[in-house]
Design a protein around this ligand. Sequence first.
Ligand SMILES: [Zn+2]
Length: 259
Amino acid sequence: MTNATDSEPFQPVTIDSSRLASPLADETAALDVGANNIVAATTSTGKQLLYGGRDLFDRFRETTREIARLQSKLHEGRYSSNRIRRLYRRRTKRRDHAQDALARDLMERLHAEGVSTVYVGALTDVLEASWSVRANAKTHNFWAFRRFVDRLACTAEEFGITVEVRSEAWTSRECPNCGSTDRTTRHKDTLTCECGFDGHADLTASETFLRRHSDTAVSRPMARPVRFEWDDHEWSESPRSLRPKEARTNPQVASVGGR
Ligand SMILES: [Zn+2]
């Protein structure tokens, strides 16, 4: 990839990707990749982004069920059919499309924030003990984690952003308030702690993860998180924005069970 050259007086109207090939500043971001939310991101500039995955996952499961139904109707000795193969292809295509678009949307935003390094942590919520092995396998299949991380890295490269995959063991259950990992309870999207902390589980995980890998990170105040939803074409800001309670620390009531 070529470096941006300042000496060039004018660029043609087409978007020149080399123009973007260097970071605008030296900020950091950490991503929590999961199932309920595909990506929860926190940046050292205090931004939080959440890419919802529930609808996509539901559709993926629907197609999987339909494939199973068709397979059960196959005549003996047959293992597939054109219809089944078509459903497999459609299922994969839909997932890939959403993942690719996510990688681009996210990297554009991170680049604009001046991010130069992105830490990616692996699948906290699908590794939770509460998930059955079967659910794990299915989720794994859906998220195709390795493919997604590859795609993130490729897209990041266009913007001069470096992607580093790191273990984020325990970040998903660590309380950002008191640092405890055994006094917290996760219920759906909410992480609560006996100390009174109550916040969005995945966003909190990405924030803790970022703090671990960046010295200066998260000293700045956090803006209200932005949630994005996939509509089969693009990721757009959801009108279902996060309520402050879902989003940020409110150390008053440890409401067991969340909202
Ligand atoms: Zn706590």
